[in-house]
Design a protein around this ligand. Structure first.
Ligand SMILES: NC(=O)c1ccc[n+]([C@@H]2O[C@H](COP(=O)([O-])OP(=O)(O)OC[C@H]3O[C@@H](n4cnc5c(N)ncnc54)[C@H](O)[C@@H]3O)[C@@H](O)[C@H]2O)c1
Length: 261
């Protein structure tokens, strides 16, 4: 019998309340990791605590430095340190063209999109780094097909995802040999609760819907509609010693979106 892949590892999953982050928290727990989660939404925190009683859930906004430091403190107190940071928070712009954002809404929209999709990841990294350096750990960020090509988001969303791609490359360069940094770039995903920016009036909209699986499958070469559970295997691989020689790389979990135009 082989040991679970993450036996003895300590992971912090940011944005673990639904969708991809929730699936990562479940997969990592099943593979033996001690997991601490960060989630902004109170109802999702309650559901996570009920479903995964072994996971310590920190409720708060990942855009705030203090929330990330609290979460790392919990890892230290409960588990003696941290080996893996996974960052999964994000919001969408629902394809809003740049010039369709009202003049008086633009600065807030820019700040919110970049704050949730980019600044939160930087705060997570900054808070986790002392522990990750100590443990020679790793970071897994969440990009998107939108970090590689246009069409599946508006200019704001796509710009934030290119920024996460840049963050991955910069960190991998700066943190080697101590900390590995890689990303998963999911394609369109079913079963998530991805919502939009409040400043754009999109925070009650959800990307997932009844026809989403069929439309995702119709536009990718492999004709599959992947879920958070599917992507979680890529996060697991990048968080595990199986990828110990990899940094600065990305796994495209997207049904082959890049193979055909
Ligand atoms: N859904 C897709 O089709 C898709 C495709 C490619 C990439 N992604 C990316 O995957 C990531 C996860 O998205 P998802 O689809 O699982 O959506 P989701 O909304 O189901 O999951 C994101 C979680 O993060 C939480 N969150 C959001 N902002 C937060 C904040 N400031 N602080 C703390 N928690 C916060 C949300 O409440 C939610 O629980 C995002 O970065 C998204 O851009 C999603």
């Amino acid at each position: 019998m082989t040991a679970p892949v993450l036996e003895g590892r300590r992971a912090l999953v940011v944005g673990a309340g639904s969708g991809i982050g929730r699936a990562v928290a479940e997969r990592f727990t099943a593979e033996g990791a001690a997991v601490v989660a960060v989630e902004r939404d109170e109802a999702k925190c309650a559901a996570l605590r009920a479903a995964l009683p072994g996971v310590d859930v920190v409720q708060g906004d990942a855009c705030e430095a203090a929330v990330n430091h609290d979460a790392v403190d919990r890892c230290r107190e409960l588990h003696g340190g941290l080996d893996v940071l996974v960052h999964c928070v994000g919001i969408f712009d629902f394809y809003r063209p740049l010039d369709a954002v009202a003049e008086d809404a633009f600065d807030d929209a820019f700040d919110e999109m970049f704050s949730v999709n980019v600044r939160a990841a930087m705060h997570g990294v900054r808070a986790a780094l002392p522990e990750l350096r100590r443990s020679r750990g790793c970071i897994v960020l969440t990009e998107s097909t939108s970090a590689y090509r246009p069409g599946r988001g508006g200019a704001l969303y796509i710009s934030t995802k290119f920024a996460v791609r840049g963050l991955r490359i910069a960190l991998a360069h700066d943190l080697a040999p101590e900390v590995r940094v890689n990303s998963v770039a999911p394609g369109g995903t079913v079963g998530t609760r991805l919502t939009g920016a409040q400043s754009l009036g999109l925070d009650r909209q959800h990307l997932d819907g009844p026809d989403r699986a069929a439309s995702i499958a119709a536009r990718v070469p492999l004709q599959v509609a992947l879920s958070g559970e599917d992507h979680a295997w890529s996060y697991l691989f990048l968080a595990s010693p199986m990828s110990r020689g990899m940094t600065g790389t990305v796994l495209h979990s997207d049904g082959g979106a890049g193979v055909k135009s």
